[in-house]
Each structure stands twice: as C-alpha cells, then as structure tokens.
Design a protein around this ligand. Structure first.
Ligand code: NAI
Length: 717
C-alpha cells in the first residue's frame, strides 16, 4: 500500500513529517494511517539526530480532516468503540512523549483527530488564511473528542475556552485560535513554510518561545475549585438550554472535562474512552453521522448531465428588499464578483445597500473580514434604477414583489437586455417557475433559487426546476449555492416547492389545535420539546402573518382534500397583526423582543381556551404525522429526488431536529406502518386529513422511505 506519511530529516536535525494520504482529497485518520503513524513514531523515537519535528500536510487546503467517520458509523459494539478511543489516545501520547520538541504546522482545515494530534505537539503554528478552521466537532456527531481532545484542549487554552469549543463542536478561525492560545503563532499564508522553518530553527537553537495560554482573568477563575465549579455550572446550564436534553454528547463531554481537570490526565482519558464506547453506538450519534454524510454528499456531486455550469463573472439582483439586500451581500461577499442591485425606488435601494453594509459590518466586528476588505466588497454592489450594466451579466436573481404579472413582465424585459447565455433565477417562494418564464425569450435559462430568510444565516437553497429549465441553468445554481456556502437541494416547481409545502401541514394542524381550545404556549412548547427550533406560533410571527396567510391560501387551493385552515387566519392580518416586523402578532413584544402569547388572541378569534395540561407527545404527533404523509406524496411526485434529500432540506430549511436524522429517517425508525396506524386513529377522530395516502401505503409496502427512495439519480436530465 502507498505511504501516507513521508519523513525527511535535514542536516540540522529538523525532521519534517508530511501527511499526504494517496487517493484522498483530505487526510483522514483511517485504521491504516494510524498503524503507519504508530510505526513512524517508533522510528522517530530511535533517531537520535532529530532535534525538532514538524508535522505538516501535503494537501493544499486541508491539514487533517479528523478520524474516519465511516468507521464510527459502522461500529455497533461499545467495547470496540472504547478500544478505538484507547488506541488513538495511546498513539498520540506516544507522539507527545517523543524526546524532542514537535510542531504542528497547520495550513488548512484541522478537525477532530487533526486537532488532537496538534494538541499533542509542543507548538501549533497556524496560517492566517481566512478559510481555515480548527476545532473539535465531535459533539456535532453525537460523540466526544476521544483521542485526548477533552483532556488536552483545556490544558492548552484554559477551561472556559475549551468548553466553549468542545460543547458546541465549534471550529474557530485562525485569529480566534491565536487569541485563545490554541495557536502559538499566526503566520502569514504566503511565507508560511519559510516562517515555520524559522520558528523550528529557533526551537533547535534553544530559543524556546513561551507557550501561550488562557487570559489572566480566566486563569484566576479556573485555578480555584470554586471558580471551576462556577464555570462548569454555567456551561451545563447553557448546554441544557440549547440541547433541551436531546443531545447526550455535550453533557457527557462536560463530565469528561470535569474528570480530566479534577482527577488528572489518566482519569480524563479513561472517562473519554468510556464516553466514546457508550455514545458511538447510540441512535443519536448514528443520526448525526447520517446527517454529516448527507451534507458531504450535497457539497459535492449532484450535478445533472448535459450542462456545464455558467462561468460567473458578473451578477445582478432585482429588488432591494428584505431578500434582495441579503442576496446582494452574500453574492459580493462570497463570489467576490460585481453585483448590480436594481429596484424601482431609490429609497428601497438605499435600504438594500444599508442592509448589505450592516451584514458586512457584522463580519468585521466578528473579525471574519478586515474593514478595508469589507468596504471593497460592499463597493462591488452597485445600486441602479435602470438596467444599465445588465448587458454583461452572467447571472441575475430576481427578488421583487410576489406577483406573477409583475415577475412575468420583469423577466421579459430582462431577457431582452441580458446576454442570451445569462442564467435568470427567481427567488419566488410560491409561484410556478414555468409561469414566471412564460414570456421570456429562451425560457430554458429560467430557474428558481429559493433562499430562506434571513439569507446570511439560513443554509438551504431550493433549486427549483421548471418543465423547460435546462441542466445548465440547474447546475449553475447548484454551483453558485455551494460557493455561497449553502446546501442546494434540487426540487420540482410546484405549490410550496418542498419545504414550505411540508411545513404548511404542520402549521395548519397547529391552527386547528388552537381552534380546539389549546393554548399557544402549550403548542409551541410541544414542538420545541420535540426538537423543533421554534414552535409554530413563534415561527408564524417570524415569517410574517401576511406571508403566512398568503402561502396558506395558495397551498390550501392546491391541496383542498387535505390542507384546510380555520377561517380566522385572515382576521389576524386585518387586525394589523403581521408578526415580529409589526411587533404585534400571536405574541406580545417589548423593546423588539417577543415576550409572551397575547391573551387577546382568543377573544379576537372567538376561541375558548379550555384544554389544560395537554399531552405534549400527542400534540407533537399531530404536528409531525401530516408531514410524514405528505412527504410520501412529494417523493412519489418526484418533487424531490430522494428521502435523504428531503431529510436534508427539512433539517436545513426548517431546523427539523438533526438528532432525529430527518423526517423520513425518523419515520423509518418508528416504523412507517405503525405511524400509518396512528394516522388512521387520528382520522377517525379528526377527519380525513389524517388518512394515510396511497403514496404512504406504497412506502410501507417497500419497507420504508429509505428503501423506496434511496436512489440519488436526478428526476430528468
Ligand atoms: P420586499 O417587499 O421586502 O422587497 C421587494 C422589493 O422589490 C422592494 O424593494 C420593491 O421596491 C422592489 N420591486 C418591486 N418591483 C420591482 C421591479 N419591477 N424591479 C425591481 N424592483 C422591484 O420583498 P421580499 O420579502 O424581499 O421578497 C422578495 C421575493 O423573495 C418574493 O418573491 C418573495 O416571495 C421571496 N421570498 C421572500 C422570503 C421572505 O421571508 N421575505 C423568503 C423567501 C423568498
């Protein structure tokens, strides 16, 4: 087998170990790589001429991506998982015990096991390249850092900073890594190798730089047992608040770190290995690893045959409103290409630019961007009231009012001015892509690119395909979405596309529950405890009642047999209750913050509150089951390509609880036949909207969503 590690020893005693796994884009600690490293460590310890060793990567953009996730996904025996953790710990401890100083020269993404071996080096030198991240993402995979990370990170950066990273599975940028003491030096990217060599020569010459570490204040707090207790208690509270007890790994990691800090390195390692043994085989870890695989798959591949993505040098956005301003900012920020931003009013344009500027300023405050860089990027956005400059654009995205006639007219105008090769996208959330492109010359270049609000934070883009949309247009949107750091999911144009269509069924059921006399807070609580990031009432306020009502009309017209709403929805809008943006909706607001459900609502809507202490689980069942039923229809109609795509879209677009692995995966884990029985029971009580559809029956016959809809092949080419 080809070697993954390459050793070079210079005359001055400087050894360089380059990790460069053949046939892989990223270095990963597979079993073979670990065995090879183990032999190398034995060899290094016997080479008396070595005076310092540098660990580097042969990959351009990745240092070490971590352990082999597939190996963790496949493990079913806790003892085997614990053994795997022990072996890694021992190997990295042997590296740490080498009889000369070691340096991790990190010039690329450094995750999990990569960070753990770096923590086993005496020094970590980091390139200042913006895209680099270093961290321990294990808790995001439902496990804990298991090769010494839980014990070695607090030692290096202090307790507070270590918990901050480990419990959230956070990866930090170079500047932050340097600031918290994780990196001992931040080196300029262009001269990285030269600077590493100079640092190493300094170490050989005995000029050992003082190790950095946590701040004085943090040290004082963490040094005494009482201070440590405060840190742990606060961290625990924070974890429980964010995970609502649904994710066992962060709490477990907290206990491992506590053991390491109070009982020492050995005890810490033992606790770490035990935690790995228990967590790696848990359903939550399996679901989170499944999600990891889905995200990786969405990041690469997925292109349709028959069309190279267009080369994007110049872009344009139509409409400088809530969405347009955000889209212009992300295009300028991530594509680094000129963006023409057109609106019909100069006030709207000024607002759009201000919105984009605000987002750039936020990035400067967070030190993601330097001020001059942010200013340069903002200047890429050129406001305009006419189509000047549109004759050269390669890509246009429209985000104007949601009115079909207006969009049709605008697309027809656009097509006459933009080059014939330009891809024309619409951010519509409810209109048919084919209808929008009806009067457009060359309608094959018209495609949907459905962002979610807020654009800078929501990770999903639905790539909406019309009857005539070309593979080139689809592939262009897939590629742009990825460059923007978003996850593109290809969906067929149809009412609500995928995510809003499914979500509508939950929303409608929530309205019926209220209508029956439930309290809003009980409904929101039931959804949150099930794992949704927000309950349906808080969410409706966020989305805006006008938008929600508009969508509810469109979708109930499209699916009259199964999607109906209580008749009081319009009354909310008539009463000026537009939600968060009006500071008045289902909830009350104070100083811009949502406080509590407005008790007035019941009187306004003519509803009597009569159900106390309802069963949260039963409520959640009613909110989720209609989506399962509809998911089967979406898959059968090829609105979405596979159960995995559907699951990823729901997690990314609605925050469907990742620990459940996605809507279809959750349904499979419960047994779809059993869920259909529950639906039947609800149908007897509440009516036909709960009746399992034929599509769901076919899912049951095939043994579940994933066995029926696992194929990743596109709907058409
Ligand atoms: P908005 O009302 O905030 O902004 C629309 C902007 O378009 C306004 O500034 C208006 O002056 C401008 N405009 C109207 N006609 C125009 C024309 N002919 N040429 C250029 N500009 C024109 O609307 P918002 O919320 O940004 O929505 C825009 C689009 O994005 C809609 O299609 C909407 O369905 C979709 N969308 C909205 C989401 C949201 O949460 N707000 C989420 C996803 C999609």
């Amino acid at each position: 087998m080809a070697q993954a590690f390459h050793l070079d020893i210079a005359d001055n005693g400087l050894a360089t170990v380059v990790f460069d796994q053949p046939d892989r884009k990223a270095n990963v600690f597979t079993r073979e790589a670990m065995e090879e490293l183990s032999a190398l460590v034995s060899q290094l310890s016997e080479r008396s001429e070595i005076r310092c060793a540098v660990l580097a990567s042969g990959k351009e953009r990745i240092f070490i991506a971590g352990a082999d996730v597939d190996a963790i996904a496949g493990v079913t025996d806790p003892a085997e998982a614990e053994r795997g953790s022990r072996e890694g710990q021992e190997l990295f401890d042997r590296w740490e015990a080498l009889p000369f100083p070691t340096i991790a020269a990190v010039r690329g993404a450094c995750m999990g096991g990569g960070t753990e071996i770096s923590l086993s080096c005496d020094y970590i030198l980091l390139s200042d390249r913006e895209d680099i991240r270093i961290g321990l993402p294990e808790t995001k995979l439902g496990i804990v850092p298991g090769w010494g990370g839980c014990t070695k990170l607090p030692r290096k950066v202090g307790l507070t900073a270590a918990l901050d990273m480990i419990l959230a599975g956070k990866a930090v940028r170079p500047y932050k890594a340097f600031k918290i003491g994780l990196a001992d030096a931040l080196l300029p990217e262009p001269s990285f190798h030269r600077e590493v060599r100079r640092f190493a020569e300094g170490v050989i010459a005995g000029k050992t730089p003082k190790p950095r570490g946590s701040s004085f204040k943090a040290k004082m707090l963490e040094k005494n047992p009482l201070g440590r207790r405060i840190v742990f208690d606060q961290a625990r509270k924070q974890v429980l608040k964010t995970t609502k007890g649904n994710y066992p790994a962060p709490l477990r990691a907290l206990e491992v770190v506590r053991t390491a800090v109070s009982e020492g390195h050995r005890a810490g390692l033992a606790a770490e290995a035990r935690a790995i043994g228990e967590l790696a085989v848990s359903p939550v870890a399996k679901n989170l690893i499944h999600l990891f695989h889905m995200i990786e798959a969405a990041k690469s591949g997925g292109f349709l045959e028959g069309g190279e993505p267009a080369k994007i040098r110049s872009t344009a956005v139509l409409g400088a409103g809530v969405m347009g301003g955000g889209i212009a900012q992300i295009l300028a920020g991530k594509l680094d290409a000129p963006v023409r931003l057109k609106d019909i009013g100069s006030e709207a344009l000024a607002k759009g630019i201000e919105h984009a500027g605000g987002l750039f300023r936020k990035q400067v405050r967070r030190r993601w961007l330097s001020k001059p860089e942010a200013e340069r990027k903002l200047a890429l956005i050129r406001p305009t009231l006419d189509y000047s400059g549109f004759e050269n654009v390669d890509f246009v995205i429209e985000a104007i009012v949601e009115k079909l006639e207006v969009k049709q007219a605008v697309f027809a105008e656009l097509a006459a001015i933009a080059p014939q090769t330009a891809v024309l996208a619409s951010n519509t959330s409810s209109l048919s892509i084919d209808s929008i492109g009806k009067n457009t010359a060359h309608p094959e270049r018209v495609v949907g690119m459905h962002f979610f609000n807020p654009v800078d934070r929501m990770p999903l883009v639905e790539v909406v395909v019309g009857e005539t949309t070309s593979a080139r247009a689809i592939n262009t949107i897939i590629e742009i979405s990825r460059k923007l750091g978003k996850t593109p999911i290809v969906v067929k144009s149809g009412p609500g596309f995928l995510v809003n269509r499914l979500l509508a069924f939950t929303m409608a059921e929530a309205m019926w529950l209220l209508n029956e006399g439930h309290r809003m807070e009980d409904l929101d609580r039931a959804a949150s405890s099930w794992g949704m990031p927000m309950g349906p009432y808080a969410l409706t306020d966020e989305v805006g009642l006008d938008t929600a009502v508009h969508v509810s009309h469109i979708l109930s017209e499209a699916f009259p047999d199964r999607l109906t709403y209580p008749n009081w929805m319009d009354r909310m809008v008539e009463d000026g209750r537009l939600g968060t943006k009006a500071q008045k909706g289902f909830y009350l607001y104070e100083k811009g913050r949502r406080t509590r459900p407005d008790p007035e609502i019941y009187r306004l809507l003519g509803i009597e509150r009569k159900i106390d202490n309802p069963d949260s689980g039963r409520i959640a069942e009613r909110l989720i089951l209609p989506m399962v039923n509809e998911a089967a229809r979406c898959l059968e109609e090829e609105v979405v390509r596979s159960a995995a795509d559907l699951d990823l879209a729901m997690i990314m677009g609605t925050g469907f609880p990742p620990f459940r692995g996605g809507l279809c995966r959750w349904a499979d884990s419960q047994g779809v036949a059993k869920l259909a029985e529950e639906m039947e029971a609800w149908a007897e009580k509440l009516g036909d909207r709960f009746r399992p559809g034929d599509a769901l029956e076919r899912v049951i016959e095939s043994g579940g969503f994933y066995s029926k809809y696992s194929r990743p092949d596109p709907p058409r080419t």
